[in-house]
Design a protein around this ligand. Structure first.
Ligand code: NAI
Length: 271
């Protein structure tokens, strides 16, 4: 069901790789709600991905950009405003990658070149994106910027590896940059902390199947899906959340406030 919540709003959506991507579901939902946007991803990911289908479906253009590369981000933000015909109202940062996770390197034995690369892609890219948006004065007043994160930023999930540290850094950037964006441009900046979700990035985490079903059994409402995340993001892009900023917002079926659930206890209780 569409409420036209984003009618007349323009933006950029990072990170749609394939139809499982949270950014993909968000692009579809933003389109349904009347928003217009440019899609972007790293050039290499676009060769692998199916982003063109999404662009056709949503009437969007694609501008490749490696989110760690300032020149490419500058080009993206300038071109997006040209294509969309004005300043932006929303930006979704839906980017994550750890080389240590990909290559199965244990947290206690990190390869620090890989740590650095993953940190740049997963966390600093958010700072770079906001810095370019800020310097180009590319956001309309009461615009909204959202990045996606995971609760391993606050609590220990051993197999999440250095992504836990990257997410903690990302959430801190949201607050620190969000202050200046709010004060100077009246733009809000938030992170959504999402349940484990079966996507390319998600499934890269060791033991993902156990991880996702544990979270589901711990959460009174069950895991939030990618579609749920898309809907929550739409609400944060809409005018209904104008003064929500500097927040890390859980979209997790209640997981983050649970100690234990009956379903999990049952697995440990012998009759
Ligand atoms: P995904 O694999 O579909 O999306 C990750 C995206 O990051 C891909 O489109 C990839 O091409 C892009 N990317 C990687 N390096 C890049 C670069 N240098 N420049 C530009 N883009 C680059 O997976 P998913 O799950 O949709 O991930 C989206 C976000 O959601 C990530 O921040 C992830 O950490 C976060 N998240 C995912 C959860 C999950 O369980 N899947 C749970 C909580 C948060």
């Amino acid at each position: 069901m569409s409420y036209n919540l984003l009618k007349g709003k323009r933006g950029i959506i990072f990170g749609a790789l394939d139809e499982n991507s949270i950014a993909w579901k968000t692009a579809e939902r933003v389109h349904e709600e009347g928003g217009e946007f440019v899609l972007t991803n790293a050039p290499i990911a676009m060769r692998m991905g199916q982003i063109k289908q999404l662009a056709e479906k949503t009437g969007s253009e694609i501008i490749p950009a490696d989110a760690t590369n300032l020149e490419e981000l500058e080009n993206l933000v300038a071109k997006a405003q040209e294509i969309l015909g004005g300043k932006l109202d929303f930006v979704l940062h839906s980017i994550g990658m750890s080389v240590n996770v990909r290559k199965g390197k244990h947290y206690t034995d990190s390869n620090y070149d890989w740590t650095h690369k993953g940190w740049d892609v997963s966390a600093v890219s958010f700072h770079k994106t906001m810095s370019v948006l800020y310097k180009q004065d590319a956001m309309n007043e009461w615009g909204s910027i959202v990045a996606l994160t995971y609760m391993a930023a606050q609590r220990v999930f051993p197999d999440y590896n250095d992504m836990a540290d990257n997410k903690a850094y990302l959430e801190s950037i949201a607050r620190s940059f969000g202050y200046f964006f709010g004060r100077d441009k009246k733009v809000r900046v938030n992170t959504i902390s999402q349940s484990p979700t079966p996507t390319t990035a998600g499934q890269g985490v060791k033991g993902f199947d156990g991880f996702i079903s544990y979270a589901d059994k711990m959460s009174p409402l069950g895991n939030a899906t990618a579609e749920d995340c898309a809907a929550y993001t739409v609400s944060l892009f809409s005018d209904l959340t104008k003064r929500v900023t500097l927040q890390n917002l859980y979209n997790d079926g209640g997981f983050s406030n649970m100690g234990v659930s009956d379903a999990v206890m049952d697995a440990f209780t012998k009759e």
